[in-house]
Design a protein around this ligand. Structure first.
Ligand SMILES: [Zn+2]
Length: 225
């Protein structure tokens, strides 16, 4: 349909414009009248700490060294699962057990809560964490989430290393991670990648993990954050 061209005249007042290029014909200009005040806007819904959903990301990397007594490497633990691979001659260097996946998972939860990260809460300079089972860090992060009113919605994690091969142990790691996060296994995903023999991870000199988590608002369960 062809548009009719409007010819503006100088004698008539200009009609009110709602949006660029669009003219309202029905509303006549109201000279000398004050516009009605708009109703007050409701207060913002997203009050601090009460978002219905929070997303967190965690990343971790550990240097790998030959196992003791040849080096400072600890026996490999991933997602709370001790890796029984006789071919594995190196392990993570860490104050704790060096569980790269649980560290990333812990940081994801703390990150979602906008809390200090795992290194600040559990410094590796603290001798109390010598050889510590990293599931305790994850439990503490989860406790803080509950105190703030949240439970885990789901987690997606990726472990990157040359050895061990994650494929055969992926399900075991996923089940254990779900148990630690207190959710059903369908809410947890674990992927294994290599670093294509590039850089330190690809050379087998480091292991890396990423974790993304959603926290869902439930209700506050008491206690101190
Ligand atoms: Zn770590």
């Amino acid at each position: 349909m062809a548009r009719k061209r409007r010819v503006a005249t100088t004698s008539k007042p200009k009609p009110r414009v709602d949006a660029p290029g669009r003219q309202r014909r029905s509303v006549a200009p109201q000279r000398g009248r004050r516009p009605k005040p708009l109703p007050k806007a409701p207060p913002p819904v997203e009050l601090a700490g009460e978002l219905p959903l929070r997303i967190g990301h965690g990343w971790d990397l550990h240097r790998l060294e030959p196992l003791a007594p040849d080096g400072a490497g600890r026996p490999m633990v991933i997602g709370g699962v001790r890796i029984a691979d006789g071919q594995l001659k190196s392990g993570p260097v860490a104050r704790s057990d060096g569980d790269v996946l649980l560290h990333a998972a812990t940081d994801a939860i703390l990150g979602a809560l906008a809390l200090p990260d795992i290194g600040e809460l559990f410094p590796d300079t603290d001798p109390r964490h010598e050889g510590a089972d990293s599931s305790q860090f994850l439990r503490e992060a989860l406790r803080r989430a509950k105190v703030a009113g949240y439970v885990v919605g789901n987690m997606d994690a990726t472990v990157i290393c040359e050895r061990p091969k994650i494929g055969p142990i992926k399900e075991q790691i996923r089940l254990n991670l779900a148990r630690l996060l207190e959710v059903s296994p369908e809410r947890v995903n674990v992927k294994g990648k290599t670093h294509e023999r590039v850089d330190a991870v690809g050379d087998g000199r480091a292991i890396e993990a990423h974790a993304v988590v959603t926290l869902v608002l439930r209700e506050r369960v008491g206690g101190q954050g």
